[in-house]
Design a binder for this molecule. Structure first.
Ligand code: ZN
Length: 331
């Protein structure tokens, strides 16, 4: 074991490890010595010294010192054995590419879904019950309190996870009791949408850009596209067999989303919510006008009052009835 430790310390110098953890340092001018703020205690003046030649650290503020293993023990509150295992895993882990991290998070949430009956119950209430559709859309569940461990064991730093918004400022999982939809572009996960299964703050994305229309790549060649505003609308339509659907993730389209709809002649079926206050329909009218000025044909699909496509299917609507609404849609 002693030999393993020595080899590991040679392969992964303390200074390199600290820099991977975003430690910022400057040289002291004394040989191979560096100084920066101490990662082990809170301070405003740098008192954490690293001797790169000896591969050791010492902090004049908190009095801690030692080698890489000691640093990992202190910074992650692990035993010597756990620290060694952590570092071996850390070495094997791929470099931290944000897309890879989101991919890992999405896969983890997907695995959790089937372990939490409350998550499946919520999906059922929202009209989603087909395991194949749930799998194809990579829908997952964030129970809260377990993503951090899953990702840090793989060597991803808490700083990176916080930067991506997967952890909050206190270092806890940011998504808690939420159904998760990965948003992809070019086959890569670029954001995660979380819908709370309890009443608290219903919608959330990670701070990364939302990108273009959800599922655009599958429909961009279609001469007719159904546009919905919510991911649950999208999911029930997909489950029912409607595949020429894209989702704008809200009624306000960003520039990229608007350009996508206008990139070739097509007919867009605007299927926004029929809210009692009319806001969905007003947004739909405004968007129809803007699209028409770009030469895009539009049809406004009128759902029964108070309904969105999701609730339409939840309350017993079927594919034939929805098709009839599309055919009756006004230009
Ligand atoms: Zn210190």
């Amino acid at each position: 074991m002693g030999e393993d430790v020595e080899k590991l310390k040679q392969r992964l110098p303390l200074l390199d490890y600290l820099r991977q953890q975003n430690w910022v340092a400057r040289t002291t001018g004394h040989g191979s010595e560096f100084v920066g703020l101490c990662p082990l205690h809170s301070e405003t003046r740098p008192s954490f010294y690293v001797n790169a030649r000896k591969n050791l650290f010492y902090c004049h503020g908190c009095g801690q010192g030692g080698d890489l293993l000691r640093f990992v023990q202190l910074s992650r509150q692990l035993s010597f054995r756990q620290s060694l295992a952590y570092l071996q895993q850390h070495e094997a882990a791929p470099p931290a590419d944000p897309v890879a991290v989101l991919e890992q998070a999405a896969a983890f949430y997907q695995q959790q879904l089937h372990r939490y009956p409350e998550a499946l119950f919520y999906l059922k209430q929202r009209g989603l019950y087909d395991p194949a559709a749930i799998q194809e859309l990579r829908i997952g569940y964030a129970p809260g309190g377990s993503l951090r461990r899953h990702l840090t064991v793989q060597g991803y730093s808490c700083a990176l996870l916080q930067h991506l918004g997967l952890l909050n400022s206190r270092g806890c999982d940011a998504f808690y009791r939420r159904i998760i939809f990965p948003c992809c572009q070019g086959g890569r996960v670029i954001n995660l949408y979380g819908r709370s299964i309890t009443a608290a703050v219903a919608h959330r994305f990670l701070p990364s850009p939302k990108g273009g229309l959800y599922a655009w790549e599958q429909v961009q060649q279609c001469p007719e596209v159904i546009l919905v505003e919510g991911l649950f609308d999208y999911a029930v339509l997909w489950q029912t067999g409607f595949r020429h659907v894209a989702c704008s993730l809200g009624t306000h389209l960003n520039t990229c989303q608007f350009r996508q709809l206008c990139d070739r002649p097509r007919t867009v079926y605007l299927t926004f919510d029929a809210d009692a206050n009319g806001s969905g329909q007003q947004a739909s009218q405004r968007l129809a006008q803007r699209l028409r000025t770009q030469g895009i044909a539009t049809r406004r699909v009128l759902l029964p009052e108070g309904h969105d496509p999701n609730s339409f299917f939840v309350q017993g609507g079927d594919a034939g009835q929805f098709q009839a609404l599309l055919e009756a849609a006004q230009s």
